[in-house]
Design a protein around this ligand. Structure first.
Ligand SMILES: Cc1cc2nc3c(=O)[nH]c(=O)nc-3n(C[C@H](O)[C@H](O)[C@H](O)COP(=O)(O)OP(=O)(O)OC[C@H]3O[C@@H](n4cnc5c(N)ncnc54)[C@H](O)[C@@H]3O)c2cc1C
Length: 418
């Protein structure tokens, strides 16, 4: 086993029946997989990353991410990308608002510049990592279809195009529906009972001023009766909206999402009686609604050590977004795993095993804690008398008492509009 440059072919060179051998294979070019590849390469260890997407830009990457000091930011420092990250942080985006269903502002915390969780667009963050890796590391259009264990902790990976790759070390960074996971665990994600539909409003300052006003400069949560409208200000006068509903896993299948106006009508019926500025975030949506049912792995998901393979990020500990930790944890897992591999070395199976054991020993309790928190937060955000306990939760993070609802101004639009 050598710590040599990965001997692999590029996608363009690969023929369907090609066979290659690599030292370290990472499946998944999400934030976790890319962070791992970047830190390992910085430390002189070559890796090959495989992703099912046809390229880096084929799929929208989602909205804003706040990077936490102890996880996402720490990983960016280890990757040597902290300054580049800071240059792309969106100012004022740490502002937080919590509203009730009548659009009454119950908590309003402006971004005073002292926040420790700067916000960046996911696409920009992924772009930084991809750029730092150069073109040869990530192999696109490589959908992993199956994996077979070989001797000595090695694995043979089979891809949808018919090609195979043999790896000395395999890391599953392949997200919620990981293929690599079945090598270590029988667990599968369970549906949380909550479905999100995401959309965007564009040119908000000129075309949707009331919606822009209710959202403010950062993130806005309006929660009540098992439903919610969550919105986030993005650069270029865009607002990303998450419409959240307590619903069966297949509820969204009943919607004809191609019929944008009909989808709006159905969703607006769900938010009958909610304040007009909030309903405007649905009624004025510019983009089609994209369903995102929320799944999670069991809290405390773990496995016994399996030679030559491990998981990180959502593949290991998928949780609801209500702890705001998933991407941060994926990057921290990656940084910790890379540090362990650099410390123990990857030249011998014993070194690899020591590194994987150290990674899992640190990751299991850490992710269990956040998975439990995210499950609790999801439950209290969507309980019948929300936002009562959600306000308490946010107030514990925000150094100001909730505003008096009676005194808070409610901005309304002409009632006939929606
Ligand atoms: C609505 C929503 C909002 C969120 N908001 C936040 C937030 O504010 N803050 C935060 O920290 N986290 C947030 N998260 C969580 C965060 O998005 C994830 O935890 C994070 O993206 C996980 O990163 P990852 O690298 O583990 O997996 P992913 O980002 O899912 O990457 C997995 C990669 O694997 C590839 N892949 C999958 N299967 C295969 C295969 N068979 N073969 C080859 N490639 C494959 C995929 O194409 C993908 O590129 C949110 C999640 C959701 C759903």
């Amino acid at each position: 086993m050598t710590n040599q440059t990965a001997q692999t072919t590029t996608t363009a060179q690969r023929s369907p029946d090609s066979r290659a051998s690599v030292h370290i294979a990472v499946v998944g070019a999400g934030l976790g997989g890319l962070t791992l590849a970047r830190i390992l390469r910085r430390g002189g260890i070559q890796v090959a990353v495989y992703d099912l997407d046809a390229g880096p830009d084929v799929r929208p990457q989602g909205g804003m991410l706040d990077m936490h000091e102890e996880s996402g930011q720490a990983a960016l420092r280890a990757a040597g990308l902290y300054d580049a990250f800071r240059a792309q942080v969106m100012s004022s985006a740490e502002a937080t608002r919590v509203l009730d269903k009548y659009a009454t502002v119950r908590i309003d915390q402006p971004d005073d510049g002292d926040g420790t969780r700067p916000e960046i667009q996911r696409e920009a963050l992924r772009g930084l990592l991809l750029e730092s890796l150069g073109e040869e590391t990530v192999h696109w259009s490589m959908k992993l279809t199956s994996v077979h264990p070989l001797d000595g902790g090695r694995h043979e990976l089979s891809f949808a195009d018919g090609s195979t790759v043999t790896a000395d070390l395999l890391i599953g960074a392949d997200g919620a529906w990981s293929r690599v996971r079945s090598l270590v665990s029988d667990a599968t994600p369970g549906y949380s009972g909550i479905s999100f539909l995401t959309t965007h409003l564009r040119d908000t300052d000129t075309r949707h001023p009331d919606a822009a006003e209710v959202v403010g400069q950062g993130v806005m949560f309006a929660l009540s009766e098992g439903k919610g409208i969550i919105a986030h200000r993005e650069p270029h006068s865009i607002i990303e909206v998450y419409v959240a509903l307590t619903a069966g896993a297949d509820w969204v299948d009943c919607l004809d999402l191609a019929d944008h106006n009909e989808t709006k009508k159905v969703l607006l019926r769900e938010f009958e009686g909610w304040g007009d500025p909030l309903r405007a975030l649905i009624a004025e949506a510019d983009d089609v609604f994209v369903p995102r049912p929320i799944y999670a792995l069991p809290v405390g998901h773990r496995w016994a050590r399996v030679p030559g393979v491990t998981l990180l990020g959502d593949a290991a500990h998928l949780m609801s977004p209500f702890a705001g930790e998933g991407a941060n944890l994926a990057m921290l897992d990656a940084a910790d795993l890379a540090a362990a591999l650099l410390e123990h070395g990857t030249d011998t199976a014993a070194g690899i095993e020591a590194a994987l054991a150290a990674h899992e020993t640190a990751m299991f309790p850490r992710s269990a804690e956040f998975a439990a928190e995210s499950a609790d937060n999801l439950a209290l955000a969507f309980e019948a008398d929300a936002p009562r306990r959600f306000l308490d939760l946010m107030a514990s993070h925000v150094p100001q008492p909730p505003a008096d609802p009676a005194a808070a101004p409610v901005r309304t639009l002409a009632p006939d509009l929606y």
